[in-house]
Structures are given as C-alpha cells and as structure tokens.
Ligand binder design. Structure first.
Ligand SMILES: Cc1ncc(COP(=O)(O)O)c(C=O)c1O
Length: 451
C-alpha cells in the first residue's frame, strides 16, 4: 500500500507586502515540521476515545492506556532498541529529554562529559550544570573531528562518563558518525547520548543491540521535528538506568506508594513521567514514526540529497552568497544549508523572503551560538540582539519540499542580492520584536486565524 506522506497546510496562500497573496513555502523544517496528514487523521480518529490513562477504570481509559503503551513500544522499536532492556520516557521535547538525563545521571565530583562545538544549546547547557564539559573540536570544514574525540577519551578516561553529540547539526546539517563515536566512547568505558532531534526525521537510526560496541545508549527526540507537532518528545535509554534514583519531578504517577514520611518510587517509565501524560502527543509521535518507516527513510534521504545538491549548487552560483560548513557533497549532511548575503543583515534577508516572497526560513544563531560564532569566525562571543548581530540565514528541507520550492527560493535570493539597496530602504528593524518588517506594512492577523 502506498504511504501517504502528505502534510497538512501545503496549499495555503499568505499575504505579501506587494499586495497579493502567494502560495506559502515552508523551508524552516529544522525548527518544526508540519503534521503528516496520516498523523492528523489518526489524532482525530483517536479523539473520541481520549480518556485518562493508567488507573482509569472505564473502557475508554483502558483502551487509551493500551494505545499509550503501544505508542511507547513503537518509539522504542522504531530505532531498533531492545524493548526488554530499554524504555522510552515520554517528555515534551528533546530539550526536556536531555535535561532529564543530565538530572538523572549519578554524577560524582570530577565527572566529565564530552560534547562538541557543534551542539544545539539543548545538548550543551544541561551538561554544564552538572559536570566538566570538554568540547570535541571541528575540522577546518566545520565537520566534527572524531580523532579529537579519541584523544580526549584517551586523555581523560575513566572520568569521562558520557559523550553527548548531535545526530545531525541544525546549522550545517552535517552528520557525525554516531556509531564510530559510540565505539570510541564504549572503548573507554563511557556511554553515549545522541541528540536525534534533527536526525530522526531524515535518516533511519539503528541503535544496535545493547552489547554491540556501536550501540547508542541514550537518544533524545522531538515529535514536532518528525511531523508530529503535538507536544511530545522522548528519551530512550536502559530500563535499569531509570530504575534507580529520584525523578526530577515528583508527584502523581511517579510512585508505587507513599506514607506521610516516605515514598517508594514506581518502576520505569512511570517514575519519570510525573502528572497526566500527553496521550495525544504519544499517538501522534508513534504514527509519525510508523509512517516514516513505511515510506523508507533511506529512499527519502536519496531524494533529499538531490534537492540539497540543487539548493547548495544554486546558492553557490549567486554572486554575494557566502555558504557555511563543509562544501557539498564532501561530508554527509541532511537538507540544511546556512548562508549569508554580502551587505545585508541575515534577519533582513529572512524578512524579505517572508514578506515579499512568502517563503519561510529562519535566521540568527539557531540556538547554537558557539558553532555559529566559529563558522562566522567572530570569536567566542555572540553580541546581544540587534539589527547587525552576526548570524546566518538557514534553509531546511522537509520530505514534502519540491524542486519548485528550491527554485523559487533561489530565484528570490538572486533578486534580493541584485536589489539589496532597494530592500534596505523598504524594510526597518523593530527593536521591540527584534525582527525586520517592511516599512508601514503588517498583515491583518485576524483575517487569517481567530481563536
Ligand atoms: C539539534 C537539536 N537539538 C535539540 C533541539 C531542541 O529541540 P526542542 O526545541 O524540540 O526541544 C533542536 C531544536 O532545534 C535541535 O535542532
């Protein structure tokens, strides 16, 4: 049966500064992906059955509990983790997953985490609060230097407890070899956590059996980056790990019994899921993973490669475009390309794309200040927000984007590059909002959506 990879909202027209409406193109998928039609349909189908999960006695509660737990099994199985020894803890996003792991780790004085310079802040700041963080460096082209990982591990084992690296960079799309990193971490007695927020929607991930040196010990993911934007994320890891220690949030659902003086924590995953869980988000995440698998992520990746080649090559040919990260295709990457246009602030380029061309991208430092500063060569600091703050424009592809989408972007960038003086005059920076707007123009939001 053909897999329906349609996404909701593809045929939407939005207003432009020029006075007419244009079909919207979303090229900001690294931030959030729209829901798959299959996900939205299943959520709608489930809504009449929605009820309290776990201790509810009614039929709907028992059914909803079955579905919630099946969703958890699907999440674990989707990445090849053994369900006997591994568990998915439902959280709201990858950020919460990584903070949970940082909180739940049994740290001792002197413990070290090796992270990289290319991490999203969510896979950097949680470790800084708990351990000494050593940073795996970058090769001159911006890709992660695993030789450096080997030397850091050799120099600092056995104090290195965890290697925390991204599965794919949200700035350049580069894909570190996570299994090679796992082999190195395990060789020196450390564990690995992969921030799969970006990777999971683009490539198949296989965790390998627990006793395989390539095994991924922990993985963090976000539903809204895999076409299931219903507030769900997951942290996958060994059941035994979550069976010890105190959860960071205590309360309903986390205990097996409580006396006025004591508490006995529940077994995983309940110990780590305080309060009423997001059953709808779990349904959405499981359906998204099943759909992506059925569609064959390797096949989708080959298609994305072609689009990325078109995007990267097209941008490289536009005078004034400066591209960041390894030149395509020297290093394996997902469909993310970051660039600047000489003489124009990145935020202005993004605003013109939005308000003149109806193309949604993102600009700035993408919650990865150290990596962006390194790529820009601006040194270790990122100045406070303002119209000339260093940053980049990021284009990120989703599985539904087409050659026409890429061509429309390239055409727009070429026009903006050729008319940079004109666009500088037409737009102004709004200090309060911290973004650029066309002078004297704002959409009438109420015409588009009302609560
Ligand atoms: C690589 C990476 N890790 C972590 C995150 C955090 O994801 P979330 O905001 O869903 O918690 C992001 C978000 O952009 C990301 O790109």
């Amino acid at each position: 049966m053909a897999v329906d990879l349609g996404v909701v909202g593809l045929d939407v027209y939005v207003p432009t500064r020029r006075g007419y409406r244009r079909p919207y193109i979303n090229l900001d998928n690294a931030a959030s992906t729209p829901p798959l039609v299959a996900v939205a349909r299943k959520v709608e189908e489930f809504l009449p059955w929605y009820a309290s999960v776990h201790r509810g006695a009614g039929f709907k509660s028992r059914l909803a509990t079955e579905i919630f737990e099946e969703a958890r099994r699907i999440v674990v199985a989707s990445f090849g983790f053994s369900p006997a020894t591994n568990v998915a803890i439902f959280v709201k996003n990858a950020t919460e997953a990584l903070n949970k792991l940082a909180h739940r780790w049994p740290w001792e004085a002197g413990d070290i985490v090796i992270s990289s310079l290319a991490e999203h802040h969510s896979n950097d700041l949680p470790w800084r609060k708990k351990a000494r963080v050593l940073r795996l460096g970058l090769r001159p082209d911006g890709s992660l230097d695993l030789d450096h990982l080997a030397s850091l591990l050799a120099a600092h084992a056995p104090r290195v407890k965890l290697v925390a690296i991204t599965g794919a960079s949200n700035v350049t799309g580069v894909l570190p070899d996570i299994h090679q990193a796992a082999i190195l971490a395990h060789r020196y007695g450390a564990k690995i956590v992969v921030d799969a927020a970006q990777l999971a929607g683009h490539r198949p991930i296989f965790a390998f059996p627990d006793d395989d040196p390539r095994h991924l010990d922990f993985m963090a993911l976000s539903g809204h980056k895999i076409y299931a934007p219903f507030g769900q994320g997951a942290l996958i890891g060994p059941r035994s790990f979550f069976a010890r220690g105190d959860p960071e949030y205590a309360g309903g659902g986390t205990v097996s019994f409580v006396t006025p003086e004591s508490v006995a924590w529940a077994l995983p995953p309940a110990r780590d899921e305080a309060g009423t869980p997001n059953t709808i988000g779990a349904v959405a995440m499981a359906v998204a993973l099943k759909t992506l698998q059925a569609a064959d992520l390797s096949r989708l990746a080959r298609r994305e490669y072609g689009l990325t080649k078109r995007l990267y090559g097209g941008l490289a040919r536009i005078p004034g475009v400066v591209l960041y990260g390894p030149p395509f295709p020297t290093v394996d990457r997902i469909g993310i390309v970051s660039f600047n246009l000489a003489g124009l602030p990145h935020g202005l380029v993004a605003a013109v794309l939005a308000c003149d061309y109806a193309i949604g991208v993102r600009s700035g430092c993408f919650c990865a200040h150290p990596y962006v500063a390194w790529l820009l060569g601006t040194g270790g600091t990122t100045p406070p927000p303002g119209p000339e703050r260093p940053g980049m424009v990021r284009v990120s592809l989703g599985l539904y984007n087409t050659e026409e989408d890429v061509d429309r972007l390239l055409h727009a960038i070429a026009e903006i590059a050729a008319e940079s003086g004109y666009y500088r005059r037409c737009y102004e920076y709004e200090e309060g909002e911290g973004i650029w707007w066309p002078r004297g123009w704002r959409p009438e939001w109420g015409k588009w959506f009302r609560l």
